[in-house]
Design a protein around this ligand. Structure first.
Ligand SMILES: [Fe+2]
Length: 234
């Protein structure tokens, strides 16, 4: 079975994640040790700081330095981005190039303020104008009363959902477990930044999900994720 880590900051010296190729390789080996076979490298993209083409050139350099290392027995890598939401993003054609490699999936990080229906409209426009499927990053961070109805609306409207592995704690929000049981989550990511405080942890989530929801729950999620990515499971 393929195990996907859909969200990571594993590229060396790209953002606030890995600081060096050595640390990146350590992160990849830690993920592999937990059974991860495919890791999405999704560095932060902030439109107010950098143009998409400059980001892509920088990402290419960081990726090349990592690929020059010995990556035997590490997960396959696919590059993408974690695009921070901004008004007007739907009209930025260059964002199309920030989808996860080989897919039309764009990982979007929402602001921590309360969402508005205007924000959802922006995402709908993004989807239709730039022909991408939007994946909402670490949705569990936005669970608050003001957002609940809009999160439901987003899911009903076909936006894809990524939750961080750390959300699958026994006493974390009940909602994340309910969503998992209801098969409303499309991807899990570690959102790993290093090997210590924010380390690869999809394996821990796999164990917790299996314990709470049964043997098949985690593998079903992975098969679903492969399908959403347009890949066949092996
Ligand atoms: Fe992230």
């Amino acid at each position: 079975m393929q195990i996907i880590d859909f969200h990571s900051h594993v590229l060396p010296a790209m953002d606030d994640g890995s600081r060096s190729t050595e640390q990146s390789v350590e992160m990849l080996r830690a993920a592999a040790g937990q059974g991860v076979t495919l890791m999405a490298a999704t560095p932060h993209f902030y439109a107010h700081r950098e143009a998409p083409d400059a980001f892509l050139k920088r990402r290419e350099r960081c990726l090349s330095s990592l690929l020059a290392c010995d990556l035997s027995n590490t997960p396959a890598l696919r590059v993408g981005a974690e695009v921070y939401f901004y008004r007007g993003m739907s009209r930025t054609e260059e964002l199309r190039a920030l989808v996860l490699e080989g897919t039309d999936l764009l990982l979007v990080e929402m602001p921590f303020e309360a969402w508005s229906s205007g924000m959802l409209d922006e995402l709908r426009q993004l989807r239709s104008l730039q022909k991408v499927r939007v994946v909402l990053a670490h949705v569990e961070r936005y669970f608050q009363r003001e957002n609940d109805a809009l999160i439901n609306e987003a899911m009903e409207d076909g936006f894809l959902i990524q939750c961080n592995a750390e959300a699958f704690r026994p006493h974390f929000a009940r909602r994340v477990w309910n969503m998992m049981a209801a098969r409303q989550i499309d991807f899990i990511g570690s959102d790993c930044h290093n090997t210590t405080s924010r380390a690869p942890n999809v394996g821990v989530a796999a164990q917790r999900i299996t314990k709470r929801l049964g043997e098949d729950a985690f593998s079903r999620l992975q098969i679903h994720g492969m399908h959403v990515m347009g890949l066949e499971d092996i």
